[in-house]
Write a protein that binds this ligand. Structure first.
Ligand code: COA
Length: 306
């Protein structure tokens, strides 16, 4: 059965925090952050709900559909506004949706997990689904901890996907999780994000490459056919290492982490929207979406634009 992307939307807070801003209060520097991560600035502010509402409303407008046309809302978030209720019903109410709404926590693979869930919901009879990734990571960052403060940021991205009998844009999907690596990246109740950066880096490259190769094989597509890579935006060096191992030129990868940092579930739709507005999404071409995150979770999918 066919699935088609009908519209996209994004939202980032207005407040820009540069590397130099962070260097004023932390033992770090613009040179270190830029060289080791590729991040130059990030956006801080909002809530998972407020950013999700904005990105979701823009995706509905871009798709040209009304709230009543949406059969399900799947929200990917690592940073729900409250433990309960989930943030998705609150976003749904604000958008005027009357459909079921739920949160999915796949950490930085969250948007991919939500997309795969939505694809399955279309297969079981729904017509049109709003998928949102929205994060308020800054709330759970210890701003005295340079390890996390230089990386994480806030933002949201959304897509409307729908059943289509004539075309199919999602050719393959490979998800994975390994809870034995759970302690590499955590945030306890009432605590802050903590990470073993080196180990996350090492395993991230491995799981991205492995899942991408499986997704490519499932789709019957070779690496050289991939015109666009939309990777999770954690560290430019992870994107470089993964694309190199996959044999895909780095120029084909979308990079927005220089402007937005790591926005977890929001980073893939933020990157995709940037590629789209720069004319990089072309009918008939293949794209690879790939991400990884705490859990550890990972996910890769091959798309072909109708
Ligand atoms: N500013 C300045 N110096 C810093 C620093 C910072 N923010 N963080 C660490 N350093 C220092 C270290 O103390 C170390 O100093 P030393 O050589 O005197 O001991 C040096 O910089 C190198 O630190 P290291 O931890 O080896 O850096 P790295 O190259 O591994 O980069 C990360 C650190 C976190 C940027 C990198 O490991 C990474 O991106 N990992 C993956 C994280 C990730 O993707 N997380 C999200 C998952 S969704």
């Amino acid at each position: 059965m066919g699935v088609r992307f009908r519209g996209w939307g994004t939202a980032v807070p207005d407040h820009v925090v540069t590397n130099d801003d962070l260097s004023r209060t932390l033992d770090t520097s613009d040179a270190w952050i830029t060289e080791r991560t590729g991040i130059r600035e990030r956006r801080i502010g909002g809530t998972a709900k407020s950013l999700g509402v904005l990105a979701g409303s823009r995706a509905l407008a871009d798709a040209g559909v009304e709230p009543a046309d949406i059969d399900f809302l799947v929200l990917a978030t690592t940073t729900p506004d409250r433990i309960t209720p989930a943030t998705a019903p609150m976003i749904a109410a604000e958008l005027g949706l009357t459909c079921p709404a739920m949160d999915v926590n796949g950490a930085c693979s969250g948007f991919m997990y939500a997309l795969r869930t939505a694809q399955g919901l279309l297969e079981t009879g729904n017509t049109r689904i709003l998928v949102i990734g929205s994060e308020n990571l800054s709330r759970w960052v210890d701003w005295n901890d340079r390890n996390m403060a230089v990386l994480l940021a806030d933002g949201a991205g959304a897509a409307v996907i729908e059943h289509d009998a004539t075309v199919n844009e999602i050719l393959s999907f490979r998800l994975g999780a390994n809870g034995e690596w759970a302690d590499l990246l955590t945030c306890e109740h009432g605590g802050y994000f903590q990470m073993d950066g080196k180990e996350v880096f090492r395993r991230a490259v491995r799981v991205v490459v492995e899942s991408a190769e499986l997704a490519l094989a499932d789709a019957g597509v070779t690496a050289d056919q991939i015109a666009l890579v939309v990777p999770h935006q954690a560290n430019i060096r992870i994107i470089q290492a993964a694309t190199q191992r996959l044999g895909i030129p780095m120029e084909r990868a979308v990079v927005v982490l220089d402007r937005y940092g790591n926005t977890s579930s929001s980073s893939i739709p933020l990157a995709f929207d940037d590629a789209r507005s720069n004319g990089r999404v072309v009918a008939g071409e293949y794209a690879l979406f790939t991400g990884f995150g705490a859990g550890m979770t990972w996910a890769s999918a091959v798309m072909r634009w109708a």
